[in-house]
Ligand binder design. Structure first.
Ligand code: SF4
Ligand code: SF4
Length: 298
């Protein structure tokens, strides 16, 4: 069913409340940067799928690889900057959303059950559910690693009141490796499985709504939007499948662009550049601010 919907894999977990007590969740999100406050605001619904779809019995999580043959940050020439793979292509909310809609319809058609689907923006922690469903394991870098697809895979979830059979969990695959932590320019992975979002380049240049403070600038490395360095370093990604789907290929102007070209675009040009991508909500003034500050050092 997953392949017929254009997905690489799908698995299900019983949709029970996530076993996190409210106090420890509150303590955890209290340490998040203010721009991630939405995680705290939706906590009750994020932790209990029954509040999202009353009567839900299964959480079906699907993965679709966005790995292509296009080189990553290791191929950056001097004076060029990096836009993360997830944002150099067409907006995955749409391209993956179409697939999830097909999967939800297929489940409903086969079982007569109710369904509700999400890709990233809903009240569903897809990564935790993907691990619970046996789709992969959560790596030291905090990302879901699928044994065949690695971590360059978008996740989506379908809640349903159908009973869907699960599979065996995937064991931890990090062992003694710490390649992601060593590759992180921001020292944002100080302890296994713990991301310091306030330092992470992918937070600072994509989610944070204020300019990057001078002391955190070196941690951006050459990243204009997002950062793939901890994923590039991961051995699971080096041996992963690369389906190289057309819709995940870099759009013009977004693959390792020259920083001077980005600056020359101005606000309207940057807005147009990111318009078809998952970065379309980013304030172009913040993109240009990062570009101008990277221009001195790339
Ligand atoms: S995305 Fe970049 S900055 Fe963030 S943890 Fe990974 S390597 Fe570090
Ligand atoms: S780089 Fe190594 S430690 Fe980090 S997620 Fe991959 S396997 Fe785990």
């Amino acid at each position: 069913m997953a392949a017929a919907c254009g997905l690489d894999d799908a698995a299900a977990a019983p949709a029970r409340p996530v076993p996190v007590d409210a106090a420890s969740w509150d303590a955890r999100v209290a340490g998040y940067p203010a721009d991630l406050g939405y995680l705290a605001r939706g906590a009750a619904r994020r932790l209990d799928p029954d509040l999202v779809l009353p009567g839900v019995r299964s959480m079906v999580v699907a993965a679709v690889s966005y790995a292509t043959a296009a080189p990553g940050a290791e191929a950056l020439p001097p004076g060029h900057v990096f836009v993360s793979r997830h944002a150099w292509c067409l907006d995955y909310h749409r391209t993956v959303g179409e697939r999830m809609e097909r999967l939800a319809a297929a489940i409903a058609g086969a079982t007569g059950a109710r369904t509700r689907w999400y890709v990233d923006t809903g009240p569903v922690p897809e990564k935790a559910w993907a691990a619970a469903a046996g789709l992969g394991f959560v790596g030291r870098n905090g990302l879901l690693i699928h044994p065949r697809l690695g971590s360059f895979a978008f996740l989506g979830a379908v809640l349903t009141d159908a009973e869907v059979e699960g599979r065996t969990p995937v064991p931890d695959g990090c062992g003694s490796c710490r390649a992601c932590a060593d590759a992180c320019p921001a020292r944002a992975l100080p302890r296994p499985y713990e991301l310091d979002a306030s330092r992470c380049a992918a937070f600072l240049n994509a989610a944070c709504r204020s300019p990057v403070s001078a002391d955190l600038l070196p941690g951006l490395a050459s990243n204009l939007y997002g950062c793939d360095l901890c994923q590039d370093a991961c051995p699971w990604n080096r041996r992963a499948d690369r389906p190289a789907r057309e819709e995940f290929r870099p759009l013009p102007g977004l693959h390792l662009p020259a920083v001077a070209d980005v600056l020359a675009l101005g606000e309207e040009g940057v807005r147009a550049l990111f318009a078809p991508t998952a970065g379309h909500r980013r304030d172009p003034r913040l993109v240009l601010d990062v570009a101008s500050r990277l221009a001195g050092g790339v």
